[in-house]
Design a protein around this ligand. Structure first.
Ligand code: SAH
Ligand code: SF4
Ligand code: F3S
Length: 473
């Protein structure tokens, strides 16, 4: 395995663009519309990767569809975080046999985190023979070359190099949304939490150069984007690999200084690296949204240690306190795993009491899923699934009550929100987001307001969302 980050030269990216042109020439030789379907699973990193895949596909001359039967190329961008995610992908790839039978020239590609797992690649090789191209996250920047190989040689291609990872700038992007944009600022993870597959499939932590990130954000603001989310598995360790004098807080401040009316968000932060400097910069920078996703995973010190999270309960709570001091009214959300191997119910109750103490605005909750190859998958796990499920339900009920209470406190307030879409529910016209990213359903208003900031009077709430009306200016 190569241990160091490779920076892909612009000449190599240009070479990929040449493969796009070659494919485009082949497509123009057949006068019909050529369509691609990109199906994305998993986190925002994957969404951001799919935008680059679409960028390449557009450069090759493909249009887009969400109908697998109409597609000439299907790209399934997968997630390996839990077994359930993988099962869904296998189910969907299995079902594509029928689409391919109806459309024999169809090319099926599998990429993303699952593609980087040797067991998955083996299974695709032997049991899913209708899949033509498999490439891991490290090979994404070479997608045009790989697809060209499939098109011209009619053979299957497997490209899943095991490496520390690379960074390629200048890949074309087709964004899914005109208001919100994802910007990956770094890739990979060095933390090796014992339950987690990400470091194995995404490689080592590596940061994009600050000037590249700032230039991309400046471009997005110029194009009218209003909500920019900076992405990384652990954004707080941004820059550590660069050997420069710039950390994540400095990067945020630089982006905040870009002229324009827009919001900056970021995810995800590992609590061990969430620094006072970052909290202070957030408190000072007006464009940085007052929202912090700070995954705790568990509230019990023995479990946190077994997870290799490198902080304990009281250190975590101390960070939450300091964050709230620096950023008054900040919305705090978290991820929690219930049923880590050996977690007893009294240990789980420490998670419950932490949740009650912090009072998160929202939680993402998961039942532990053993990932082959990670240390936790080898740990003794005597706790019955029924007990884990009961604990999980207690956590969900506790959080629902907190979310409902927190949302009720918005009623009667007037907030500057970003209108971000049409609301499909009866009685509502638009959706909007508070600065802290809570969903607001807006009763009346035209589509032309999408992408603008509006003052909204909050008139009602439930566990999951708020609703309100455009306030008279
Ligand atoms: N880098 C982020 C999280 C990435 S994965 C961080 O450090 O917080 C998103 C969430 O999935 C994790 O926070 C964790 O709660 C959950 N998760 C990861 N591996 C899991 C597993 N094996 N079983 C259940 N949940 C898991
Ligand atoms: Fe996984 Fe931990 Fe890295 Fe997050 S910090 S991606 S949970 S190993
Ligand atoms: Fe899934 Fe890979 Fe993201 S495993 S959660 S898509 S980094």
């Amino acid at each position: 395995m190569r241990e160091t980050t490779t920076r892909i030269s612009s000449a190599e990216v240009t070479r990929q663009e040449e493969f796009c042109e070659k494919i485009s020439e082949l497509l123009t030789a057949q006068p019909k519309e050529h369509l691609a379907y990109v199906d994305t699973y998993g986190c925002q990193q994957n969404e951001a990767d799919s935008e680059r895949i679409r960028g390449y596909l557009k450069a090759m001359g493909y249009g887009f569809t969400t109908d697998e039967n109409a597609a000439d190329v299907i790209v399934i961008n997968t997630c390996a975080i839990r077994e359930h995610a993988e099962d869904r992908v296998f189910g969907n790839i299995g079902a594509l046999v029928h689409a391919k039978r109806r459309h024999p020239g169809q090319i099926i590609c599998l990429c993303g985190c699952m593609a980087q797992e040797p067991t998955v690649t083996e299974k695709i090789k032997t049991s899913y023979r209708h899949v033509d191209l498999v490439f891991g996250p490290h090979a994404l920047w070479r997608f045009p070359e790989l697809l060209y190989r499939v098109i011209t040689r009619r053979g299957r291609v497997f490209e899943t190099p095991d490496e520390a990872g690379s960074i390629a700038e200048g890949i074309p992007v087709v964004r899914q949304d005109g208001v919100k944009a994802w910007v990956s600022i770094m890739y990979g993870c060095n933390n090796f939490c014992t339950y987690c597959i990400v470091p194995y499939v995404r490689g080592r932590e590596r940061s994009r150069l600050p000037e590249d990130v700032v230039a991309e954000c400046r471009q997005l603001v110029a194009e009218g984007y209003k909500d920019i989310t900076l992405l990384g598995q652990n954004v707080n360790s941004y820059g550590k690999d660069l050997g420069l004098e710039v950390d994540f807080a400095d990067l945020l401040a630089e982006i905040d200084a870009i002229e324009g009316d827009f919001l900056i968000r970021f995810m995800t932060s590992h609590p061990k690296d969430a620094s006072q400097k970052l909290f202070d910069v957030m408190g000072r920078c007006k464009k940085v949204a007052p929202v912090f996703h700070l995954p705790v995973q568990a509230g019990n010190d023995r479990v946190l240690k077994a997870m290799n999270r490198v902080y304990n309960r009281s250190e975590y709570l101390d960070k939450v306190r300091r964050l709230r001091q620096a950023v008054p009214g900040v919305v705090i959300t978290s991820d929690i795993i219930v049923g880590f191997p050996g977690e007893t119910t009294p240990e789980f109750e420490d998670t419950l009491s932490l949740v009650e103490e912090v009072e998160y605005d929202a939680l993402f909750t998961f039942i532990f899923s053993p990932r082959p190859g990670t240390p936790a998958a080898e740990m003794d796990d005597p706790i019955p699934m029924a007990e884990k499920k009961a604990n999980f339900q207690r956590l969900v009920d506790t959080q629902n009550a907190i979310s409902a209470k927190k949302h009720a406190a918005y009623v009667g307030r007037t907030l500057r929100c970003l209108i971000d879409g049409v609301c499909e529910e009866e009685g509502f016209a638009l959706t909007a987001r508070t600065p802290g990213n809570r969903l607001v359903r807006v009763k009346e208003g035209g589509k032309e307001l999408i992408g603008t900031f509006q003052t909204i009077a909050i008139t009602g709430s439930n566990t999951w969302s708020l609703w309100g009306e455009l306030a008279q200016a």
